[in-house]
Design a protein around this ligand. Structure first.
Ligand SMILES: Cc1cc2nc3c(=O)[nH]c(=O)nc-3n(C[C@H](O)[C@H](O)[C@H](O)COP(=O)(O)OP(=O)(O)OC[C@H]3O[C@@H](n4cnc5c(N)ncnc54)[C@H](O)[C@@H]3O)c2cc1C
Length: 486
């Protein structure tokens, strides 16, 4: 076996292609768009540059590893800056909080703004780290769907400490009990959105997510988020991975339950192994023409988002790279997103302003605002109507908290709804992170990285194990590479 075809060129695909190349395979990537990266891309509007998808970069060592396995020094090709401030938080009542990277400063700020004891925060963070450490190797770095991985010393160690995981309480219940202060609870509840879930449904285990930000820190690539894609794409090309763009794969060729290749524009391309980075739902329904009821495909999708890219003719000193303006009623907001499947009238607003760290991303004395609100996945809502109403609600909230009239500074605008996310990246229902983690079984019900019915067919990216977000998608490539024997 020596030839691998990968369908799609998202971050999960790039990780897989690089790792399989390092193992000696010939790798070819077929992408329907004209450029690589899928969700992890950037756009230019007038003189402004914006991210199209991910804006938060953590665990950069996972990217570095991809250079290292091909014996390259990542620092010669890809560099990033560690942020001193991870995020600025704002509430309607005037409360503000700066989340510092430095633990001492973070805790001092908690004491000052929320009147909580140092020991309480330290205990909470320590517990979250323990959850992460106990599960990293079981849930993130290996296939959950191979018995030999589950029967291990690590699993036994985790099972003995099962109470540590707080599986039978929601993240919100755990945070309310342990953090006590309503602002802090909301702040730490927000980490459920890092995998598109609700803090009122996802289990207490998910306090582990904030460990990625608090323990590893947050970063910005020196050339912007798009450079994660570009530098990995160039790395893959330097080592001989072949890319075919504008190549929409219409079918995976199966012969006698063995994957044999793909079909693009009615032409067959054969390989020994096929890896699909296309959303698992679309892979089954369209590429495998499989219409059966499959449990993994019926899992609740993660949340989606509406994004306003605004070129702003002003600078706002109180804002940083990452900024959050919280809703007054977080519980109701998530009820709207996941139960009613509607946009909440008082949404939590995230603003990403990359020119704070990368000045060339906007003209002088201007800022590139990427304004994102979590939304339900596409359930055939009237997105044209929703985006008009949402813009009014966003501006009302921002004007109140910032004490200004933001609308008068908007000189460029592009609005992205779940519909566009779905059509540009083939992400089923426009979900950002594949399936949600709104149940304690979510991790087990996510589709494995291999097919148990079709030999030589593998799955990578955010819609399969271990889940969405840049670090986990990169790990899906590692798991596949460990599963494929040379
Ligand atoms: C708005 C938004 C904000 C986000 N914020 C963050 C964040 O801050 N931090 C973070 O870590 N993550 C974030 N995420 C999630 C993160 O972007 C994704 O989990 C990750 O990028 C998904 O990568 P992937 O490998 O699944 O591929 P995708 O990015 O989904 O790409 C799949 C690729 O496959 C191609 N493709 C699909 N079907 C076919 C076909 N039939 N033929 C050929 N090509 C095909 C698509 O065109 C696409 O290029 C965000 C996502 C979005 C959309």
């Amino acid at each position: 076996m020596n030839k691998v075809i990968v369908i799609g060129s998202g971050i999960g695909s790039l990780s897989t292609a690089i790792r399989l190349k390092a193992k000696g395979f010939d790798v070819e990537v077929f992408e329907k768009n004209s450029s690589p990266g899928g969700k992890l891309s950037t756009i230019e509007i007038g003189k402004y540059r914006f991210n199209t998808g991910p804006s938060l970069f953590t665990m950069p060592h996972f990217v570095d590893e991809l250079f290292e396995i091909l014996d390259e020094n990542p620092r010669e090709h890809f560099n990033y800056i560690k942020k001193d401030i991870t995020c600025r938080y704002f509430w309607d009542d005037g409360k503000k909080f700066t989340a510092y990277d430095d633990l001492e400063k973070f805790i001092n700020e908690c004491e000052l703004k929320f009147d909580v004891k140092k020991s309480l925060i330290l205990k909470y963070l320590k517990k979250s780290k323990k959850k992460y450490d106990l599960t990293e190797n079981i849930f993130i770095k290996k296939s959950l769907h191979k018995l030999k991985n589950l029967i291990s010393f690590e699993t036994l160690k985790a099972l003995i400490k099962i109470n540590t995981f707080q599986l039978f309480k929601s993240l919100n219940e755990v945070n309310e009990k342990e953090l006590k202060n309503k602002y802090l609870v909301q702040l730490f509840n927000r980490f459920a959105t890092y995998n598109g879930s609700s803090p009122y449904k996802t289990p207490g285990m998910m306090t582990a997510i904030q460990n990625a930000e608090k323990y590893y820190g947050t970063y910005i690539p020196e050339k912007g988020m798009g450079d994660i894609t570009n530098s990995l794409f160039n790395l893959a090309k330097r080592h001989g991975v072949k890319f075919y763009f504008n190549s929409n794969v219409s079918e995976i060729i199966i012969n006698d339950h063995i994957a044999k290749g793909i079909k693009v524009n009615n032409k067959n391309f054969y390989s020994d192994i096929v890896v699909t980075n296309s959303d698992v739902y679309n892979t089954y329904r369209f590429l495998l023409k499989d219409k059966r009821r499959i449990k993994a495909l019926e899992q609740e999708r993660s949340s989606s988002a509406i994004i306003f890219n605004w070129g702003i003719k002003k600078t706002f000193k109180e804002l940083d790279l990452h900024n959050i303006f919280f809703s007054n009623n977080y519980e109701e907001e998530f009820d709207y997103i996941f139960n009613k499947k509607e946009l909440y009238f008082d949404p939590t607003i995230y603003i990403n302003i990359t020119c704070k760290d990368l000045p060339s991303d906007s003209p002088e004395e201007c800022e590139n605002w990427y304004v994102m609100v979590n939304s339900p996945y596409n359930n055939e809502q009237d997105w044209d109507k929703i985006k008009v109403e949402l813009k009014i609600n966003i501006l009302k909230k921002l004007n109140k908290i910032l004490g200004d009239n933001v609308e008068k500074y908007i000189e460029e605008e592009k609005i992205t709804t779940p519909l566009e996310i779905e059509s540009t990246t083939n992400s089923y229902k426009g979900s950002l992170y594949g399936t949600s983690s709104n149940s304690i079984f979510s991790a087990f019900l996510r589709h494995p990285n291999f097919s148990s019915e079709i030999s030589n067919l593998y799955f990578c990216g955010g819609s399969v194990h271990p889940g969405g977000g840049i670090p986990l998608c990169i790990m899906s490539g590692k798991i596949i590479s460990d599963l494929i024997k040379t």
